[in-house]
Design a protein around this ligand. Structure first.
Ligand code: GLN
Length: 195
């Protein structure tokens, strides 16, 4: 049976994640209500604008249900989604789900170069779990992870900073793995999900 993964579809680039999840072998469904969280094995929080997502989550009474979901099920946050997962948000400080022990700084590459495609540095953990080989990443007004907790696995780095990390059941990427055709990152997320 394929895994049923929700994509938080309130704002941001959820459509590209649907295709990436399907390419990696999962069934993808869009999530716009707290009730829908009951029907899925894991959730992707896509990129977009974390501040706007927070406002919508509060308006829809979804912030607490999402936090409770994350206490029992895996979440993969990309870019704005990673910001929402972090325990500490900088530049400026803002509320978050606090499901991962990490500090993340929004829009940390500055205004001059908003977006870029780069090659990432792999760690041995990535080579071991994902098979190694070059990884290209798209960054769009990306945050930088400034601190990770002691129980964090770092899979990929850029300029020495962690850009793909796992802590417990959750995965966070500061780039957009749904915008390249490489299925390894979504597979890494799917592999953590037990159904
Ligand atoms: N700059 C956005 C934020 O701070 C994140 C950008 C993205 O998700 N591509 O929420």
């Amino acid at each position: 049976m394929s895994k049923r993964i929700g994509i938080l579809a309130l704002q941001g680039d959820f459509e590209a994640h649907r295709k990436a999840l399907e390419r990696a072998g999962a069934e993808a469904v869009e999530v716009r209500t707290a009730a829908r969280l009951e029907e899925i094995d894991g959730l992707v929080i896509p990129g977009g604008e974390s501040t706007t997502m927070l406002i919508i989550l509060k308006d829809e009474n979804m912030l607490e249900p999402l936090r409770r979901f994350g206490e029992r099920r895996p979440i993969f946050g990309t870019c704005a989604g990673a910001i929402l997962l972090a325990s500490e948000v900088l530049n400026p400080s803002q509320e978050s789900l606090r499901l991962m022990d990490l500090a993340i700084e929004r829009n940390a590459y500055g205004r001059q170069v908003d977006s870029r495609v780069v090659k990432l540095e792999e760690t041995p953990e990535f080579a071991c779990e994902c098979g190694g080989g070059d990884v290209e990443a798209v960054f769009i007004r990306a945050p930088i992870i400034r601190r990770v907790g002691p129980d964090t696995t770092v899979y990929l780095r850029y300029n020495g900073d962690p850009v793909l990390v796992r802590q417990g059941r959750h995965l966070a990427a500061t780039f957009h793995p749904e915008l390249t055709s490489d299925p390894r990152i979504h597979r890494l997320f799917l592999d953590t999900i037990k159904v």
